[in-house]
Design a protein around this ligand. Sequence first.
Ligand SMILES: CC(C)[C@H](C(=O)O)[C@@H](O)C(=O)O
Ligand code: SF4
Length: 467
Amino acid sequence: MSPKTLYDKIWDAHLAHEADDGTCLLYIDRHLVHEVTSPQAFEGLRMTNRKVRAPEKTIAVPDHNVPTTLDRANAATMTEDSRVQVEALDKNAKDFGIHYYPVSDVRQGIVHIVGPEQGWTLPGMTVVCGDSHTATHGAFGALAHGIGTSEVEHVLATQTLIQKKSKNMKVEITGKLKPGVTAKDITMAVIGKTGTAGGTGFVIEYCGEAIRDLSMEGRMTVCNMAIEGGARAGLIAPDQTTYDYCMGRPHAPKGAQWEAALDWWKTLYSDDDAAWDEIITIKGEDIAPLVTWGTSPEDVLPITATVPAATDFDGGKVDAAQRSLDYMGLTPGMALSDIEIDTVFIGSCTNGRIEDLRAAAEVLKGKKIKVKRAMVVPGSGLVRAQAEEEGLADIFKEAGFEWRLAGCSMCLAMNPDQLKEGERCASTSNRNFEGRQGYKGRTHLVSPGMAAAAALTGKLTDVRDLM
Ligand SMILES: CC(C)[C@H](C(=O)O)[C@@H](O)C(=O)O
Ligand code: SF4
């Protein structure tokens, strides 16, 4: 047998049909659904009198539009558009008989946090969702693709996805990370190196000692941002860390089925002599705590650096860099650590898991924030409950953070949590595009520890100075 990458193995195991032009039909094991990209898909089924092909493999949860304040059960806190989308999901879930975690359920949260938490996402699976950050699930060694609304309809109706095979890229992070450096810094460092288009046409497998050393939470953070690097998916081969995370989850296999699953999962790695179309290597010890200065996730610099000048960039990027600097209101040459922040957001499918909250709480313990507004939005109701049990919620509240209910929140301006014009935010989310967190809002992407540090000083701050 010819050697294969992990991607090749999962692909081959799910290939239902291949046409002469290379167009393939992949079988889909899990279809995750949220309120924004699904209403028309369900409407399409209704209009043609079709059912959901595999309701037992289809899981829905509202997350993007839902308010995160304690009074959210009161629909008046939602805009009309949001209310319509969430109500449509309530109805569609019921009418089509799919698994559903409504807003009132403690298990509700961001779809990419709920799926793994409930044991829906498992190694070797194909996972899709009408959402680009579906890449997150690759942390389990699952082939996870973000899809568009017409594809959502196709998967609902057929449980298959039309795809062309991507190329294989290996991203190796060698050695150990330095203190204060996290999974978020790894994934930002990769995008800083490859650029937002570097992954185009590829599925990336992350490997190396620094990746192996990460918890599942950290691995999800890394794969989450594969999409910001342009990749079709991100993957990490499953190992004992993965099995330990999955074991005992509500929808993970049990008993003999667990043993059988484990036998298959243990075959899920890239063979030593597998062929790679591209290989990128970064030394773990070279990665510093990073921040973004511009309006693209590739605009990363170590917190110890200064704001660049547009002329520092190659011809093609000069105009974009100037526009970024103007939008962000920054002067070249100023220290990144002198940039004043008015809002801090800790949450999102990148960094809204329990370990992220622990990392932020560690920095905040016994201290008070200096920023105007800071909020922690746990990625799910269960993350929230666990953080309360561990005393993290008290640390956040005593420091001056708002302690919210689960949802996408200020990761994107689709719900009431938004930046005002000109406001500047240190955010643990994954996109710093213009207007992403609110009209004319300014976003600096950072790790949870760095977000906490910024909250304490009122400026972008090197978390290592507070450790
Ligand atoms: C709303 C949704 C389609 C979108 C995505 O696909 O990623 C959102 O989750 C985002 O992060 O921008
Ligand atoms: S948390 Fe942000 S990135 Fe993740 S799904 Fe929600 S809006 Fe998209």
